[in-house]
Design a protein around this ligand. Structure first.
Ligand SMILES: [Zn+2]
Length: 196
């Protein structure tokens, strides 16, 4: 199982278009584009639109609790919750060896300006899945203008650029398709050389 998602709720002023309508439609676009371009993926890809990210993360916890009861192995969860701006890369909440593995994608993504593949934050909604040893990934869009919109009256549909939004979705689709086809290798965690 691979999960991709964003959050539906937006309690503050504005419409929540960037935060996190963008992440929701990008996650749905991942399913559409992979099906349209490659047909049926090898692994199951599930889009989850979470409720209540901004006030307790009850949606994220409810999904993780439900997932734990199913006989499903969640190998990766991808979240988009940093705005619908031009993608710069993604961060991984995972062992350094896995970060290195995902950095293999750089030659293919670099021509599109996708260069930031580093250790870091996955996302609030997917964070409860960490207990299942799931690799957590967060999309990293260009952040320079995010605070012009984030939780302000400017966070409306008209202020989301279609092309930039699509590029983010395409980045997510590329990474998710790669994992769905080739899986995640069984990597032994790095052992610090000073321990020898
Ligand atoms: Zn958000």
């Amino acid at each position: 199982m691979i999960v991709v998602g964003g959050h539906l709720d937006s309690w503050d002023v504005g419409e929540g278009a960037h935060d996190d309508g963008a992440g929701c439609v990008q996650s749905m676009e991942v399913l559409r584009s992979i099906k349209a371009i490659t047909g049926k993926p090898k692994r199951t890809i599930r889009c989850v639109l979470y409720m209540n990210e901004e006030n307790g993360n009850r949606g994220g916890h409810a999904y993780a609790d439900w997932a734990a009861e199913q006989d499903e192995q969640h190998i990766m969860a991808f979240e988009s919750d940093a705005g619908g701006f031009s993608p710069r890369g993604f961060t991984l909440d995972a062992d350094a060896a896995y970060v290195k593995h995902f950095q293999k994608l750089k030659p293919w993504l670099l021509p599109y300006g996708i260069h930031h593949i580093e250790s870091g934050w996955g996302g609030v909604d997917i964070s409860p899945l960490k207990s299942q040893e799931t690799i957590l990934i967060g999309l990293v869009p260009d952040s320079q203008r995010y605070m012009d919109y984030h939780h302000t009256a400017n966070d409306v549909f008209e202020n989301v650029n279609k092309r930039e939004l699509e590029l983010g979705a395409a980045t997510m689709s590329s990474v998710i398709w790669w994992v769905s086809e080739y899986g995640i290798p069984d990597i032994k965690p790095n052992i610090n050389s000073s321990q020898h």
